[in-house]
Design a protein around this ligand. Structure first.
Ligand code: NAP
Ligand code: MG
Length: 403
């Protein structure tokens, strides 16, 4: 069989620990035998980030802007313990944060569903894809403890030095607390466009919700910006694609999500997305089955797994012990990126390969071959727990049946 040709390279961002081991196995077992793989390689492993003063992260994001599609391995976000472990020059920032800031993107997370792993909400037969607005609100706030007898006001000084004031609260009878937060028109607009582009890309309805009845300026502005961008730029495209934009109050949205069958994108304000994405991930069963894609308003895509570097398994691996780490989300990051590259380059063979590799992965698990995390959850009667590498080899067997 001839290997599948690629026209434009993928930006490949390698990473850390167990996921770095899995990364190489996926390439060796499932990609290189079938594809004439073209990538521009960036080593985002912590050692090389430290060596380059994190320049490699910036370079990889710039390359993503240039080529349009990247695939990323999970990476360590350094903390105090990592400073010593890797003898770091600085506590380098989260690569995901750096890349997201450069691409101005929105992260979409969706679960991979397989027979035998039933969501805690059994009516969720289709994935719920969560989009979190990752800028501002309570994550960039200012807070103060206020003493009894104080009066707190919001005060805005315009460029000419004129002040406008709004009373927050007069703390006559008690000590208290206050919080100030902001968001940007530009950031909310980018978020809205990223969500609407992704809804078109995936042919899925888009839901958005805020508390605009209570927050008549702050949350209402989110609602208005979404509505205006939808009316002016997306309404016709959505109608042509047969999908819907649906706005409701956040509490109504939560109630509807629980009653739904899934199969839509749920755009969330920053805090809602933080909370709801953990709830959705847990409800679908396993973090190791959660994919993640960063989409910029210009239509640049960066695919990865939602989980981290699976440190505990890596230390076992280093001791020479067998691991049974789930590679599915990392594998789907590759298939997502290859399919998108195929779409952009108009190389259907690449898209077809990505589809078949995903199908082979799901078939493998549904035939009862799975890693330890899924083995604990699966309700299949005949199931076998396999190690990290044997799982990928089993997927390869199924893949060959499909090719
Ligand atoms: P983690 O890597 O997501 O793993 C937490 C636990 O979840 C694991 O110990 C394991 O549970 C289970 N798990 C996660 N992924 C799994 C998989 N693929 N297969 C089987 N089990 C899986 O989170 P962490 O250990 O808290 O973080 C490790 C490092 O990852 C940190 O340095 C953090 O900075 C980084 N991180 C990176 C990203 C990213 O790059 N996007 C995201 C999150 C965290 P058991 O131990 O019970 O088997
Ligand atoms: Mg959270």
């Amino acid at each position: 069989m001839d290997k599948i040709k690629m026209i434009t390279p993928l930006v490949e961002m390698d990473g850390d620990e167990m996921t770095r081991i899995i990364w190489k196995m996926i390439k060796d077992i499932l990609l290189l035998p079938y594809i004439d793989l073209k990538t521009e390689y960036y080593d985002l492993g912590l050692e090389y980030r430290n060596e380059t003063n994190d320049q490699v992260t910036v370079d990889s994001a710039e390359a993503t802007k240039k080529y349009g599609v990247a695939v990323k391995c999970a990476t360590i976000t350094p903390n105090a313990a990592r400073m010593t472990e890797y003898n770091l020059k600085e506590m380098w920032k989260s690569p995901n944060g750096t890349i997201r800031a450069i691409l101005d993107g929105t992260v979409f997370r969706a679960p991979i569903l397989v027979k035998g792993i039933t969501p805690y909400i059994p009516t969720w037969t289709k994935p719920i894809c969560i989009a979190r607005h990752a800028y501002g609100d309570v994550y960039k706030n200012s807070e103060m403890i206020v003493k009894k007898g104080s009066k707190a006001e919001l005060c805005v000084t315009d460029e000419n030095g004129n002040e406008s004031r709004e009373l927050i609260f007069d703390f006559k009878n008690s000590d208290g607390i206050i919080q100030g937060m902001h968001n940007l028109e530009s950031s909310i607009s980018s978020f809205a466009r990223a969500c609407m582009n992704y809804a078109l890309d995936q042919k899925l309805d888009l839901w958005f919700a805020t508390k605009d009845t209570i927050s008549k300026k702050y949350d209402h502005t989110f609602k208005d910006i979404f509505a205006e961008i939808y009316e002016n730029e997306y309404k016709e495209k959505f109608e042509a694609a047969g999908i819907e934009y649906f706005y409701t109050l956040i509490d109504d949205a939560v109630a509807r999500v629980i009653r739904s069958n899934g199969g839509y994108i749920w755009a969330c304000k920053n805090y809602d997305g933080d909370v709801m994405s953990d709830m959705i991930a847990t409800a679908y069963g396993s973090l190791a089955m959660m994919t993640s894609v960063l989409v910029s308003p210009q239509g640049i895509y960066e695919y990865e797994a939602a989980h981290g570097t699976v440190q505990r398994h890596y230390y076992k691996h280093l001791k020479g012990e067998e691991t049974s780490t789930n590679s599915v989300a990392t594998l789907f990051a590759w298939t997502g990126a290859l399919r998108k590259r195929g779409e952009l380059d108009n190389t259907p063979a690449l898209c077809d390969f990505a589809d078949k590799l995903e199908k082979a992965t799901i078939n493998t698990i549904e035939s009862g071959i799975m890693t330890g995390d899924l083995y604990l959850l699966s309700t299949l009667e005949n199931k076998t727990k396999v190690n990290t590498e044997d799982f990928l080899k089993a997927v390869n067997v199924k893949l060959q049946e499909l090719l």
